[in-house]
Design a protein. Structure first.
Length: 202
């Protein structure tokens, strides 16, 4: 990430007051340690790690070994977003690699509640990611156990996609008395999208 990227982190924080979690996909992969330190110095709150398997989504990124190697280079909490299926058999590996939070898609396994319980048993916070076409009601029976709801404003699989409508954010905020203060996270691909998500209630 260059100086412009790090300035944008600081600017977005001032504009929205939101938690900022830059995605590792935006980094120069030949200098990952330097990139992680740069976003930490710029004021990021988390580092978002998009893990893709080429099966659940049409792209391949990285696995727990890279996360383990990156872990010593920054104090930022690692928000690991698993876009993989099946997901359950890899949870222990990502927790051991240094994940502080693990977010899964309910479509990635047969029993989302059991998966969330497993994540919590590993000492990690647990999140649920909702694709644009995933019914919001899927979180109803999970809300007491999860720490984060990741609202996908694009279909998972590639970075840099066009920003989609944030109706799901608004609907979840309207159901706020049932979310117990869970964090609503929206993917922000463009400079003005953070304000749009904030206006929706994220």
């Amino acid at each position: 990430m260059n100086k412009i990227d790090t300035v944008m982190i600081e600017t977005k924080r001032r504009q929205t007051g939101s938690t900022i979690a830059p995605s590792l996909l935006a980094a120069d992969f030949s200098h990952l340690a330097d990139e992680a330190r740069a976003v930490e110095e710029a004021g990021a709150d988390w580092l978002h790690l998009d893990v893709m398997d080429g099966h659940f989504v049409p792209n391949i990124t990285f696995g727990p070994q890279l996360i383990k190697q990156l872990r010593p280079h920054t104090a930022l909490p690692f928000d690991v977003h698993l876009m993989i299926s099946p997901v359950d058999q890899y949870l222990d590996d990502f927790a051991a690699a240094g994940a502080g939070m693990i977010t899964i898609h309910p479509e990635a396994g047969p029993h989302a509640h059991r998966t969330v319980q497993h994540i919590k048993s590993l000492g990690c916070q647990a999140g649920i990611a909702l694709n644009p076409a995933t019914p919001i009601e899927v979180v109803d029976n999970l809300i007491g156990d999860i720490d984060l709801i990741c609202i996908m404003t694009v279909n998972p699989g590639f970075g840099g996609q066009a920003f989609d409508a944030c109706a799901n954010v608004s609907q979840l905020v309207c159901r706020g008395d049932r979310t117990h203060g869970d964090r609503l996270v929206g993917r922000v691909p463009h400079d003005d999208s953070a304000q749009v998500l904030g206006d929706c209630g994220a």
